[in-house]
Write a new protein. Structure first.
Ligand SMILES: Cc1cc2nc3c(=O)[nH]c(=O)nc-3n(C[C@H](O)[C@H](O)[C@H](O)COP(=O)(O)OP(=O)(O)OC[C@H]3O[C@@H](n4cnc5c(N)ncnc54)[C@H](O)[C@@H]3O)c2cc1C
Length: 393
């Protein structure tokens, strides 16, 4: 029997059995050495940051969990006035870095305040919220490649960052050692204006809460405070006193469909038109969860169901609200299956929460139920956002 702690103790959903072993690295050198040792032993491995975007099965993990606890922030020289360049070690808590950057008068991450987890995981799903995404400011990462054990620099372009996606999430194996960011340094502006203004507000709910128009610029500290308030109202900041924050954040991503599919929904369904480059995230009508239209097409060729409609050249793509789809399929906040300790958050339909003592299987059962209700009602398969380890939907 493993003496490692259950992963329930290291994940925000508080589920997951024990790994065979757990190793923790506190310096970059250690992290590289530990990972190379684990890879040489050919056991299975998993990198773990803050555990806020994983669903680990009740049987735990048959292999080594490599826990990242490396710290350090290095300010890099810049040629361009008004910019700040910084390299942050993978184990720095994301929100502590956002607080630090706001305090320094660096703008660009203020709307990403309050997201749990560590810096190294931020590029994995290109974290985003309230109109900002990591990709807007990511320059490069230092990456320890599991293929050859070498450290290399990967630029943001090489990471193919998309909506909650990257090559790291879709299969490139290795460890993000550090993250290099480019932010706006508002210090000179502050000397003139008396305050550090953030990026133009790009999210309607945030603009309303701040009492400004979309596109207006607001002091970065106000943006941070308001985002934290908005997030707390939805159980989206980790808070030991808020049972609705025992979650992995949004459990499903917003599905991207073709305009033809979107037209089948009631006019009241929220929708956002997208640029064509996100085409590979399309979830065709009635499809199984698929990584690309080609995968979906191939999956349907081998099934009895009708093939999805191909995407016509130039056809617009539309992002739908997963929360709206879930609510309209009859699932309300606070909903739980009979006898289950997993529930929909009482503050936000998109979060699945552990009400205390839930198993990973109970969380998965609820997720399957939500997915099947939405599919039955709208013919759209919503796709989970967290990474699944030793458990499937
Ligand atoms: C209450 C709450 C609110 C949230 N709100 C948001 C939100 O607004 N926007 C958003 O985008 N996300 C949100 N999330 C999800 C989550 O916080 C982010 O995805 C975060 O970046 C995960 O960081 P982590 O360190 O906890 O990653 P983990 O959960 O530890 O790991 C997630 C994945 O990344 C991999 N990974 C972790 N570290 C590394 C590394 N150094 N190198 C390579 N791979 C690594 C893991 O193997 C795993 O596959 C929320 C989660 C919670 C609980």
């Amino acid at each position: 029997m493993s003496s490692a702690p259950p992963l329930a103790e290291l994940t925000t959903l508080r589920v997951g059995g024990r790994p065979e072993r757990l190793v923790t690295a506190t310096t970059q050198r250690d992290l590289v050495d530990l990972a190379r040792d684990v890879w040489a032993s050919e056991e299975q491995w998993l990198v773990l940051g803050g555990g806020s975007n994983v669903l680990v099965g009740d049987d735990g993990f048959e292999g080594a969990v490599i826990r990242v606890a490396t710290r350090g922030i290095e300010v890099l020289p810049v040629d361009e006035p008004g910019r700040a360049r910084v390299r942050v070690q993978a184990g720095e808590p994301w929100d502590e870095f956002v607080a630090y950057s706001v305090q320094r008068g660096w703008s660009g991450l203020e709307a990403l305040s309050g997201i749990p987890g560590l810096m190294g995981a931020a590029p994995v799903q290109n974290i985003g919220a309230y109109g900002q995404e990591l990709s807007d400011h990511l320059v490069a990462i230092e990456f320890l490649d599991a293929d050859d054990g070498e450290v290399r620099r990967m630029t943001a372009a090489e990471l193919e960052l998309g909506y909650r996606s990257s090559v790291l999430k879709s299969g490139l194996e290795g460890i993000v050692l550090s993250v290099e960011l480019d932010l706006a340094d508002t210090t000179a502006e502050r000397a003139v204006l008396g305050e550090s203004l953030g990026e133009p507000i790009a999210y309607a709910q945030l603009a309303t809460a701040l009492g400004v128009q979309l596109g207006d610029r607001v002091p970065i500290a106000d943006v941070r405070r308001t985002v934290l308030e908005l997030r707390a109202g939805k159980g989206m900041v980790l808070d030991p006193d808020d049972p609705d924050s025992v979650s992995a954040g949004s459990f499903f991503t917003n599905p991207v469909v073709t305009e033809r599919v979107a037209r089948t929904l009631p006019a009241s369904a929220p929708r956002w038109y997208l640029a064509p480059e996100v085409a590979d995230e399309i979830v065709p009508l009635g499809s199984v969860a698929a990584e690309s239209p080609l995968d979906a097409f191939l999956a349907f060729q081998s099934s009895d169901e009708p093939a999805p409609q191909p995407v016509a050249p130039g056809e617009e793509l539309v992002k739908l609200s997963a929360a709206w789809l879930i609510e309209q399929s009859g699932i309300r906040r606070g909903f739980a299956l009979p006898g289950s300790r997993a529930a929909i958050s009482s503050k936000h339909t998109l979060a699945l929460v552990n009400r205390g003592g839930a198993s990973a299987e109970e969380i998965a059962q609820l997720a399957r139920f939500v997915q099947s209700r939405v599919n039955a009602e709208f013919g759209i398969t919503i796709v989970p956002e967290p990474v699944f380890v030793g458990i499937e939907l």
